[in-house]
Design a protein around this ligand. Structure first.
Ligand SMILES: Nc1ncnc2c1ncn2[C@@H]1O[C@H](COP(=O)(O)OP(=O)(O)OP(=O)(O)O)[C@@H](O)[C@H]1O
Ligand code: SF4
Ligand SMILES: [Mg+2]
Length: 378
């Protein structure tokens, strides 16, 4: 057991009214097999890309999924949109189990779940006009909106801030930000209820990012579309997401409402992610956060660390962290619905620490050498 009082609770079971669940993910797992051997190939291991993820997205709710590169965010998004087949777990959409639904069984919900991809350059067919690109999901699904498909495309172009007269232009005639708007228009063409947006602005200039995020926020608020917004840092999703899930090496390590995650984070990894984002002002009048240098890469998902997967980079790690995996629970001091997977959580504060935290033991040794002077002089 954790040294803190833990109150086992179901994710999403909050005292505050939460939207009716649209998407529920339980124990979602994707292990990509690795084959080796000669002359007969056999399974020699697996990339544990996603390992037991629980996540809920309510009707019309925007949820951010945040974590460093390689932690399994895109795989989670692709599992939810059923572009990938899960190894285990359950995906329930609008009360229907779609975990292993066939193409035919998926057809009724296929149009309701759309995806926006990271790269606005490769995700649009360069040989098709914008009109054809936005129209094609309607053609594939046999949808004939009142007034016709072309009128609907022009309406969507206007909605996303593009000139409807540009219907016959090709993607190369648009900037990156405009192309991502085309991607949004395409996703909207089937009146979706859920959009999984996989790092939709990370390929764009910083100056353009806010415009595209604002567009999606407008779509979410005005059209009541739920979003799972994937990002690698907490700055991008700050204003957009009502709830956030922080992911590390295939697992959700902390989840909660926006205020809990930004102003009372408990997991050391969330603290590190917040400190790594200088433009995030935690409190308007509050003190500046200390920087935590989260050095070293995310360990390999082929051989993840035992116990807590974050322990090889955690400044609070103790023996227990290597032997017992911390459960994702509501720990003492957390609001309902704010769950943390940590045996020795941080205080729920954003006050600066007394000293900088240096995570990598080798880096720590180097820095103390530098402070003490060169080793050969000692
Ligand atoms: N088809 C695949 N076969 C084998 N391994 C894969 C496959 N797709 C992803 N992976 C591995 O799964 C892990 C998670 O990848 P994923 O793309 O989901 O991470 P991510 O969080 O989206 O990272 P990024 O921020 O770089 O996009 C990585 O180690 C990746 O190499
Ligand atoms: S369980 Fe241990 S290693 Fe993992 S985050 Fe908490 S203190 Fe760090
Ligand atoms: Mg990704």
């Amino acid at each position: 057991m954790s040294d803190n009082l833990t109150l086992p609770t179901q994710q999403g079971s909050t005292d505050t009214p939460s939207p009716e669940p649209l998407l529920q993910v339980e124990g979602l797992t994707k292990h990509f097999p690795i084959y080796g051997g000669f002359p007969i190939k056999r399974k020699v291991g697996a990339v544990q890309a996603v390992d037991g993820v629980d996540l809920t997205v309510g009707v019309g709710e925007s949820v951010g999924l945040v974590g460093e590169s390689g932690c399994g965010k895109s795989t989670t998004g692709r599992l939810i949109t059923r572009l990938l087949e899960p190894s285990a777990g359950r995906i329930t959409y609008s009360g229907q189990d779609i975990t292993h639904a066939s193409r035919r069984q998926l057809a009724p919900v296929r149009s309701e779940i759309q995806m926006i991809f990271q790269d606005p350059y490769s995700s649009l067919n360069p040989r098709q006009t914008v009109g054809t690109i936005i129209k094609s999901p309607m053609e594939v699904n046999g949808i004939n909106p009142p007034g016709g498909r072309e009128a609907k495309v022009r309406e969507l172009l206007e909605l996303v801030g593009l000139n409807p007269e540009h219907y016959n232009r090709f993607p190369h005639e648009f900037s990156g930000g405009q192309r991502q708007r085309i991607g949004v228009a395409r996703a909207l063409s089937l009146n979706p209820k859920l959009i999984v947006a996989d790092e939709p602005v990370s390929a764009l200039d910083v100056s353009i990012q806010a415009q595209v995020v604002n567009l999606m926020q407008k779509v979410q608020e005005e059209m009541g579309i739920a979003f799972l917004f994937i990002a690698h840092d907490l700055a991008v999703v700050r204003h957009f997401s009502q709830r956030l899930a922080v992911m590390y090496l295939g697992k959700i390590v902390e989840v909660g409402d926006r205020d809990s995650i930004y102003n009372a984070p408990r997991h050391p990894y969330t603290h590190a992610l917040l400190s790594a984002v200088p433009e995030v002002e935690i409190e308007d009048e509050g003190p500046a956060r200390e920087r935590i240098r989260l050095s070293g890469d995310v360990p390999s998902p082929i051989h993840p660390p035992s116990g807590c997967r974050f322990r090889t980079r955690c400044w609070k790690a103790q023996d227990k962290c290597a032997t017992e995996e911390p459960p994702l629970v509501q720990i003492s001091g957390n609001r309902p619905g704010h769950l943390t997977a940590c045996h020795f959580p941080e205080d729920p504060t954003t006050e600066p620490r007394d000293e900088d935290v240096i995570l990598d033991p080798a880096l720590r040794a180097l820095e103390s050498d530098a402070e003490d002077g060169p080793a050969d002089k000692k």
